[in-house]
Design a protein around this ligand. Sequence first.
Ligand code: IPE
Ligand code: IPE
Ligand code: MG
Length: 254
Amino acid sequence: MTQNTLRFPVPGGIHVGIIMDGNGRWAHERQRPRSVGHRRGARAVRQVVEAAPDFGIGTLTLFAFSSDNWRRPGPEVRTLFRLFRTYLRAETEKCVREGVRLRVIGRRDRLPDDLLGAIDEAEAATHAGRKLFLRVALDYSARASILEAASRSNGALRDEDDFAAILGDVIHDAGPAPDLDLLIRTGGEQRLSDFLLWEAAYAELYFSPRHWPDFGPDGLGEAVEEFHRRERRFGRVTAEGNPAAEAIRREAAG
Ligand code: IPE
Ligand code: IPE
Ligand code: MG
C-alpha cells in the first residue's frame, strides 16, 4: 500500500487537491456573465496559493479545466484558456520569488500554442522552487490518465509505486503521482468529476458550500484544520504505528 505523505517533493508538507467549482453560479447570483466568475476565480487562486505554505501544504493540485470541460461553449473555453495564459504569465515571476514550483498536469496535445508556450516558460522558470509544489490540472481526466498508464505499463508492474511513476509521466508531472491527503471541493457539489482518482485512494474529503471565488485563504484554513482533526487509519484499527498519520499529527501539534 502506498502512503507516500513522506515522499513529497516538498518534505513535510501535505498534499491538498482542490476542485475549484462554482465560478459560474457565483456570477449568476450577481447577474453577471460566467466570465466574470472565472476572473474572480483566478483572483481567488492567487490568494489561496499565497496562503498555502502557511497551512503546512507542500503540494497543491488545482483542478482548473477537466477533459469534460471541452463540452462547454467555445467562447467560455476560450475565455478560460486566455485566463490561464494571463495567470501563468503574470504569476511566474512571483512564483520564482516565493519559491513556488509550478507544473501543469494533464494532456498537452489539445491546448492552444500560446498557452503551451506560457506553460513551458512557467515550468522552466519555477523549476527550482521548493516552498510549494503547485500543480495545475488542465485538460485533465483521471480515468483517461489511468487508462493510458495501464496501457503503457505493459503488464510489467512490480507495485503501486511503479504505476504512480508511469502515471506521473502520462500527465507530464515532475515525478511519480503523489498520494493526496486532503481533497476539497467548493461550490456545494459532492462528487469527484474525474479528478485524481488514483491519488485520492485515502484522501480525506471536504466539501464546502462556498463558491470558489468566495472560498479564499479562510476556507482553506478551515479545511486544513478539519483535516487535522480526522483520524486516518489506512485500514488499521487505530492510526497508531502509522508513519504517515504520525507525521501529520506531529505537524498539527506544531
Ligand atoms: C469551475 O466553475 C471552473 C471550471 C470548471 C473551469 P464552474 O464554471 O464549473 O462554475 P459552476 O459550477 O457552473 O457554478
Ligand atoms: C469540475 O467542475 C472541473 C473543474 C473544477 C475544473 P465541473 O463543474 O466541470 O464538474 P461537474 O460537471 O459539475 O461534475
Ligand atoms: Mg461547475
